[in-house]
Design a protein around this ligand. Structure first.
Ligand code: NAP
Ligand code: F7E
Length: 354
C-alpha cells in the first residue's frame, strides 16, 4: 500500500517541528512548505528541523502568492494538509495589523481555494486559536463560546475559521479547525512569554545577564505541551466527518506564576531579577483563557498529559542545559554567595550539593 502524503505549511515553526516528527513516525510521506529565503539560507532558517531534512521534502512558496501555493499543491497532491503557517505573534500584530491580516487571512484563503481546485478530497486542518475568544464571554471556553478577538491576529484567526467552515459547508471540503489554547515546549519561539522566561532565567543562571523584563504579569493562560497538541490536529483529520475542536488542558495560570516557578526551578529568587516593563503591555489584552476540551476527549480520544509544573520544568531544564548551566549544580549568580572554608565550601544549600 502506498504511503499517505501529508503537506505541512509552516513546517519550520514549533508545531511544524512536532507534527513532522509525528507524521514521519506514523509512516507518512511528509512535505513542507517553506519561504524561499529558507531554502537560500538553510543553516539559519531551517535549523529547528535540521534533523528531519533528509526525511522530508521541502517546497518554496509564499503565503502572499496564490500561484505559488497552487503549484505546490498540484505537485504534491497531498491526502492531508496542515495549514500552520501564520504571523503568529499577537504583540507584533499591533505593530503591523496590515501584514498580519494579509498573510493570515489571504494565506488561508489561498490554501482553501487551491485545495478546492486541485485536490478536493484532501483533508485540511486550520490552526485556529483561543485568541479568537479574546474578551471572553464565558468560563471555560468551548466550541460554542462567542468570539470577541482583541487583536489583528485574533481577527485574522476568526476570518480563517469562518473561511474554513464555509469551504466545508459550501464546497464539501473535509476542512477542520482546531481551536488550540497556548501550547509551549523547548522549541517555542523566543518572543513568546514562556520561552522568554525560560531562556531569560537560564541566562541569569549562566551569569550572562541579571534581570528579566516582562509586561502584564496578571494575564492568565491555559498552557499545554505542543508535542501533545499536534496529536489532536492529526486525530481531527482521521474522523468520519469534519468538525471543529477546542484543544486545552482546562487549567489556567498567570504569567507571574509561570515566572516564579521558572525562577524557583532554576534555584533563583524571582524578586532579585524580575522587572516590570509597562512598555511591554499590549493596547488590548486577553486577560483570561481556560478551555474545556471535553469534545476532543470524547470524540477524538485526545487528552493532555503534561502538567503545568512539568512543562515549566522541561523548558527551564532545556534552556539551562543549552547555556551550559544545567540544573543540579549551583548557578553562577549563586556561586558568589558561597565561600571557601577549610576542607571545602560553605553557603546556602551546600548539604544538598555534596
Ligand atoms: P510559529 O512557531 O510562529 O511558526 C509559524 C510558521 O509560519 C513558521 O514556519 C513560519 O516560517 C511560517 N510563516 C510565518 N509567516 C509566513 C509567511 N509570510 N509565509 C510563509 N510562512 C510563514 O507558530 P506555532 O507556534 O508553530 O503555531 C502554528 C500555528 O498555530 C500558527 O498558525 C499559530 O498562529 C497557531 N496557533 C499557535 C498556538 C500556540 O500556542 N503555539 C496556539 C493557537 C494557534 P518561518 O520559519 O520562515 O518564519
Ligand atoms: O503572551 C503576556 C502577554 O506572546 C502570553 C501565540 O502562540 O498563544 C500565543 O499568543 C501573555 C500575554 O502568547 C510579556 O501580554 C507579559 O497576555 O506568550 P504570548 P499569546 O499572546 O497568548 C495564542 C493561543 C496564539 O494563537 C498565538 O499564536 O503573556 N506577557 N509579558 C508577555 N508576552 C510576551 N510575549 N512578552 C512579554 O514580555
Amino acid at each position: 500500500m502506498s504511503k499517505r502524503v501529508a503537506l505541512i505549511n509552516g513546517i519550520t515553526g514549533q508545531d511544524g517541528y512536532y507534527l513532522a516528527e509525528l507524521l514521519l513516525a506514523k509512516g507518512y510521506e511528509v512535505h513542507g512548505i517553506v519561504r524561499r529565503v529558507a531554502l537560500q539560507d538553510p543553516a539559519h532558517r531551517l535549523e529547528r528541523i535540521a534533523h528531519l531534512l533528509d526525511r522530508v521534502r521541502l517546497h518554496g512558496a509564499s503565503l502572499e502568492s496564490f500561484p505559488s501555493i497552487y503549484r505546490v499543491l498540484a505537485e504534491v497532491r497531498p491526502d492531508e494538509c496542515y495549514h500552520l503557517a501564520a504571523q503568529s505573534f499577537v504583540s507584533y500584530s499591533f505593530d503591523d495589523e496590515f501584514s498580519t491580516l494579509n498573510t493570515n487571512v489571504n494565506g488561508t484563503h489561498y490554501m482553501l481555494a487551491a485545495i478546492k481546485d486541485v485536490v478536493p478530497n484532501c483533508r485540511f486542518y486550520f490552526a485556529g486559536s483561543s485568541e479568537m475568544f479574546g474578551k471572553i464571554a464565558e468560563l471555560p471556553q468551548t466550541e460554542t463560546t462567542r468570539f470577541h478577538p482583541r487583536s489583528a491576529y485574533g481577527i485574522s484567526k476568526v476570518a480563517g475559521f469562518d473561511l474554513t467552515r464555509n469551504y466545508r459547508e459550501a464546497y464539501g471540503l473535509f476542512a477542520c479547525s482546531g481551536i488550540l489554547f497556548n501550547h509551549e515546549s523547548p522549541r517555542r519561539g523566543f518572543e513568546f512569554v514562556t520561552r522568554k522566561i525560560s531562556f531569560g532565567v537560564a541566562r541569569i543562571r549562566a551569569g550572562i545577564t541579571d534581570c528579566l523584563h516582562l509586561g502584564n504579569l496578571e494575564a492568565k493562560r491555559d498552557w499545554g505541551h505542543a508535542g501533545e497538541y499536534v496529536e489532536a490536529m492529526w486525530r481531527m483529520l482521521q474522523q468520519d466527518v469534519p468538525d471543529d475542536f477546542v484543544v486545552a488542558t482546562g487549567d489556567t495560570h498567570s504569567v507571574a506564576e509561570f515566572a516564579q516557578l521558572a525562577f524557583e526551578i532554576a534555584g533563583l529568587d524571582h524578586r532579585d531579577h524580575l522587572r516590570l516593563d509597562v512598555e511591554l503591555y499590549r493596547p488590548a489584552e486577553v486577560h483570561l483563557l481556560v478551555g474545556n476540551a471535553q469534545k476532543a476527549r470524547s470524540v477524538l480520544g485526545w487528552q493532555h498529559r503534561t502538567s503545568f509544573e512539568q512543562l515549566v520544568r522541561q523548558m527551564v531544564t532545556a534552556d539551562c542545559q543549552s547555556l551550559g548551566c544545567p540544573l543540579g549544580i549551583p548557578s553562577v549568580s549563586a556561586v558568589s554567595s558561597y565561600r571557601a572554608v577549610p576542607g571545602g565550601l560553605t553557603g546556602p544549600g551546600i548539604q544538598e550539593l555534596v
